[in-house]
Design a protein around this ligand. Structure first.
Ligand SMILES: [Zn+2]
Length: 193
């Protein structure tokens, strides 16, 4: 059981070793996922397990659980048994809890995207709070990753993807964003707007 206080992982110095930075990123994403969704139930997030048992990537996903009363966030891998608890997350920039539940005015749809697209969305740097919740409450499914959204929210997310693709100097990252843009735009059209 990996017991961690998120505050010890935020704002690591630039020369922090790679494993520490990777761990900080993973713990931050676990907190984003756990706070993006409703409290009180455990659910399988889109976050991949970072362990490499036998030097192969673990195929598991991270299950997250946030109790109703703000307390420690619990997480565990669906596959390898890796698990932990995170304290010290409240009020950090990884705490993305909504001030009040969002009311969906339009029709709500489930959009299935690939792991690659889901990862590209998690790496976006310019997201507003609504879109960050949309990205991090994504759930793992057999055929990919499921985003639950209405057309207005999806349209906003596509805007952020386009803006970031336009300013991305790295060609490979830009192509990844372009693919995400295409997939989400098709999904928005399918929603009939
Ligand atoms: Zn695992």
């Amino acid at each position: 059981m990996f017991v961690s206080d998120l505050r010890h992982f935020l704002d690591l110095p630039d020369d922090a070793p790679g494993p520490a930075r990777k761990m900080a990123e993973q713990l931050g994403n676990v907190v984003r996922a756990a706070t993006a969704a409703e409290a009180g139930t455990a659910w399988v997030s889109a976050l991949p397990c970072r362990r490499r048992p036998g030097r192969r990537p673990c195929p598991g996903r991270i299950i997250v659980f946030r109790p109703d009363l703000p307390a420690r966030i619990e997480w565990r891998c669906t596959c390898c048994g890796d698990e932990g608890v995170i304290s010290g997350w409240e009020g950090t920039y990884c705490d993305v809890r909504a001030p009040r539940p969002r009311r969906h005015d339009g029709a709500v749809a489930e959009v299935v995207v690939s792991d690659e697209v889901a990862a590209a969305l998690r790496d976006l740097r310019l997201l507003d709070a609504e879109c960050e919740r949309l990205v991090f409450r994504a759930r793992a499914a057999d055929d990919g990753v499921v985003l639950t959204t209405d057309d207005e929210e999806l349209d906003e997310l596509i805007g952020f993807v386009a803006a970031e693709a336009n300013h991305e100097p790295n060609r490979r990252r830009q192509q990844r964003l372009d693919r995400a843009f295409a997939v989400l735009s098709d999904a928005l059209q399918a929603m009939g707007s």
